[in-house]
Design a protein around this ligand. Structure first.
Ligand code: ADP
Ligand code: MG
Length: 609
C-alpha cells in the first residue's frame, strides 16, 4: 500500500482551527478588540453591519504594525506576545496564541491597514480565505484598521448555523461589554448599521458601568475591596433588591481579562444566601488581580475559563469579601426573604414567634372512622379561618413525621380523571414551591411554577391560533429603556407576544411602554416579565420540530408563571391543580421537565419501616 498520510495545506488547517476560535461574528469582535487593547489603543472603534455577517471592523490608534508584521500577523502561531514556553506562565496580554487573525482570514475576506506610530507610510493587505490578494504601501493614520467582511462566505455550513440577526447582535454586545468593562481607561464606540450604539469616554469603573448599563445602575452598586497576598479583589456588587431573575450582569475579570468561573460564582451566590428573592441573581462586576504565575488561562481555546492554583482559598476570600460589603451596607440583617410567611416576625413589644407550634393530639388514631375525620376537618377549618394569614404556618407542621396523619387518608376512586381523585381539602403548599396532595396511590407532588407554565403554554398556543387571549390593561403603563439588541429582538416577537396579551408600544429614543399583560399572568412585574421573555427567547434553542410560535409561547409561559416563593391561598391552589389536569399534557412542561411526581405508598411505608 502506498503512503497515504499528507500534511494539510495551511488554508485547510486554518479553516479547521477557525472552527474553534471563530464561532460567530461576536468571536471576531472579541479577537479584534483584544488585539487593539493589546496594541495599547486609546480610542477603539467598532463598526458592525448586519449583525457582523457582512462587516466587523475595528479601528484603533495603537502601536500599529510594520509591513512585514502586517503580513506575518495572518500566519498561524504568529504572535508578538510570547517568545518561549516560559512566557506562558506570565501572560499579561489578551492574546498570545497567534491564532485569531489566521483563523479569521481563513473564513472571511479581510482587509487590514496599519501604520506604525513613528512611520510616515503604512501597509495594506487583503486576504480572502487565507489567500493573500494584495499587499502594498498605503497612507493611513497611525494604528490599525481591520475590516472583516462576509464572514463564513466560504464555509456555508457555518453560515447556516448563525442565529437570527438579533441574537448574533446580542452576542456581539455581550463580548463588547466584557472588554469595555475591563478597560474604563480606554475610549470605545460601537456603531451598527450606521447607528451609534455606544460611545464610552474614558471614565472610572463606576462611570463606565453606568455608561454601559444605564444611570439607574448607580444606586444599585456597592463597593467591594479586599487585599490579600494571594489575590486582590475590587469592583462592585449589586444590592439584593435589584437582583433580577436573568443572567446578564455578572462579570468576573482576572487581571483585566473577562473570565467565566462557575465555582467562584457560587462563592458570590452563597454570600447572598437568604437575602435574595427566590431565583434572583445579583449583578456583580468583580475584578480579581493575582500573580499570573498562579493562574492558567490556557485551558480553553477562547480563553474565558481560568484555573487558579489556590482556588479554594480564593473562594473563601471572595465569599468573605462579598459578605463584608453586604454587611457594611447594612444589607444582611435588614432583609430576610426566606421566612416565606412561616415564621412571622412580631412587631416590637410582642413575644418572639419562636418555632411554629402545631397542636398534636397524641391520642389520635388515624384509622378510626369517618366521623373522626369530619371532626378533624372541622377543627382544622376553624383554626384556618381564625388565622387566615397564618394558615400555611399550620400546614408547616405537616412536614414533621408525627403530624403527617393529621388529616387522615380516605379512599378515593381514582379510576377516572386524576383530578377527580383528589380531595382539595387535602392539598397544601410546601416551601411556597410545591403543592402536595394525597392520592390513592400515595402522595402527589406538583411543582407550582412548572404546573402554571404548562397551563399558560396551552393557553398561549390556543391564543396564537385564534386571537382570543384576554389581556389585562395597565392603568399606569410601565416605561423602560432597552438597548438596541433587545429592541431588535423585541420587534421579532412583538406580534406573537401581543397575541398572548403582552402589549408593548415604542415611544422613541429606545424607550417602550408595556400597556398590558396576559390576564392569567402571575408575575406581577411587567418589566421583569419582559426581561425574562427576551432572555428566554435568545438563550433557548428551538427544539427539533418546534415552531417559532411554540417557542414564543414557551418563553411567555416561563415569564408569566407563578414564581417560586409565592404563597398561594387555598383557592389558588385549587385553581392551579384543576387547570393543570385540564391540560392536554399535565405531566411535563413545554421544555420537558416533570411537573408531577408521586411518592407511592410502598415508598412511604419503606421510609418508616
Ligand atoms: P495573538 O493576539 O494571540 O498574538 P493574533 O492572531 O490575534 O494573535 O494577532 C497576531 C499578531 O498580530 C499579534 O501578536 C500582534 O503582534 C499583531 N496584531 C494584531 N492586531 C493588531 C493591532 N490591532 N495592532 C497592532 N498589532 C496587531
Ligand atoms: Mg489576538
Amino acid at each position: 500500500m502506498p503512503d497515504i498520510i499528507k500534511l494539510l495545506p495551511d488554508s485547510v488547517a486554518n479553516q479547521i482551527a477557525a472552527g474553534e476560535v471563530i464561532q460567530r461574528p461576536a468571536s471576531v469582535v472579541k479577537e479584534l478588540m483584544e488585539n487593539s487593547v493589546d496594541a495599547a489603543g486609546k480610542y477603539i472603534r467598532v463598526i458592525i453591519k448586519d449583525s457582523g455577517s457582512s462587516l466587523v471592523q475595528v479601528i484603533d490608534d495603537g502601536t500599529g504594525m510594520s509591513e512585514t508584521d502586517c503580513r506575518l500577523s495572518f500566519e498561524r502561531h504568529a504572535t508578538s506576545k510570547i517568545n518561549t514556553a516560559e512566557d506562558l506562565f506570565a501572560i499579561s496580554t489578551k492574546g498570545f496564541r497567534g491564532e485569531a487573525l489566521a483563523s479569521i482570514a481563513a473564513v472571511a475576506m479581510v482587509e487590514i491597514k496599519s501604520c506604525l506610530r513613528e512611520s510616515e507610510i503604512g501597509t495594506t493587505v487583503k486576504i480572502n480565505g487565507s489567500k493573500v490578494e494584495l499587499q502594498e504601501p498605503a497612507s493611513c493614520p497611525p494604528g490599525t484598521n481591520i475590516a472583516v467582511k462576509n464572514l463564513f462566505y466560504n464555509v456555508p455550513a457555518r453560515r447556516k448555523f448563525l442565529k437570527t440577526p438579533a441574537t448574533e447582535m446580542r452576542h456581539i454586545i455581550n463580548e463588547f461589554h466584557k472588554i469595555v468593562l475591563a478597560h474604563p481607561d480606554i475610549r470605545f464606540s460601537m456603531h451598527h448599521n450606521e447607528k451609534e450604539l455606544f460611545n464610552l469616554p474614558v471614565a472610572n469603573m463606576r462611570q463606565r458601568i453606568m455608561a454601559v448599563f444605564g444611570k439607574n445602575m448607580n444606586q444599585n452598586l456597592i463597593n467591594i475591596d479586599t487585599v490579600t497576598s494571594l489575590v486582590k479583589i475590587s469592583g462592585f456588587i449589586g444590592k439584593p433588591e435589584h437582583a433580577r431573575k436573568t443572567f446578564g450582569e455578572q462579570f468576573f475579570f482576572i487581571n483585566n481579562r473577562y473570565m467565566r468561573h462557575p465555582y467562584l460564582h457560587k462563592a458570590v451566590m452563597e454570600a447572598y444566601d437568604n437575602i435574595l428573592p427566590p431565583e434572583a441573581i445579583p449583578s456583580y462586576f468583580i475584578f480579581l488581580h493575582a500573580d499570573p504565575a498562579t493562574i492558567d488561562v490556557n485551558i480553553h481555546p477562547t480563553k474565558t475559563e481560568v484555573k487558579f492554583e489556590n482556588e479554594r482559598m480564593i473562594w473563601q476570600i471572595l465569599h468573605a469579601s462579598v459578605r463584608e460589603s453586604l454587611g457594611k451596607f447594612n444589607i444582611v440583617p435588614s432583609l430576610d426573604f426566606d421566612n416565606e410567611g412561616i415564621i412571622d416576625i412580631p412587631p416590637p413589644g410582642k413575644e418572639p414567634a419562636g418555632i411554629p407550634r402545631i397542636d398534636i393530639d397524641s391520642d389520635y388514631n388515624p384509622f378510626r372512622d369517618e366521623d373522626n375525620y369530619k371532626d378533624l376537618k372541622r377543627d382544622f377549618e376553624r383554626k384556618r379561618d381564625s388565622n387566615l394569614s397564618g394558615w400555611d404556618r399550620l400546614y408547616a407542621g405537616l412536614d414533621t413525621p408525627e403530624s403527617k396523619s393529621i388529616i387522615p387518608e380516605r379512599e378515593y376512586d381514582d379510576k377516572t380523571h386524576p383530578a377527580a381523585s383528589m380531595g382539595f381539602e387535602k392539598m397544601f403548599q410546601v416551601k411556597s414551591k410545591y403543592i402536595i396532595c394525597s392520592v390513592k396511590s400515595g402522595l402527589m407532588i406538583i411543582d407550582q411554577k412548572r404546573a402554571h407554565e404548562r397551563i399558560l403554554y396551552e393557553k398561549f398556543i390556543e391564543a396564537l391560533q385564534s386571537d382570543s387571549v384576554v389581556a389585562q390593561k395597565s392603568l399606569f403603563p410601565k416605561t423602560l429603556e432597552l438597548d438596541q439588541a433587545d429592541l431588535a429582538l423585541l420587534s421579532e416577537i412583538e406580534e406573537e407576544i401581543k397575541n398572548c396579551g403582552f402589549d408593548v408600544r415604542y415611544l422613541g429614543n429606545n424607550t417602550i411602554s408595556i400597556n398590558s399583560q396576559p390576564s392569567a399572568s402571575m408575575n406581577e412585574d411587567p418589566v421583569e416579565m419582559l426581561e425574562i421573555i427576551l432572555e428566554e427567547y435568545k438563550s433557548t434553542e428551538k427544539e427539533p420540530g418546534e415552531s417559532n410560535r411554540e417557542k414564543i409561547a414557551a418563553c411567555m409561559s416561563r415569564a408569566a408563571a407563578v414564581p417560586y416563593g409565592r404563597t398561594l391561598d387555598i383557592a389558588e391552589i385549587r385553581e392551579l391543580v384543576d387547570k393543570l389536569f385540564q391540560c392536554a399534557n399535565p405531566n411535563y412542561t413545554p421544555s420537558g421537565k416533570a411537573i408531577i411526581s408521586i411518592i407511592t405508598l410502598e415508598e412511604l411505608e419503606k421510609r418508616l419501616r
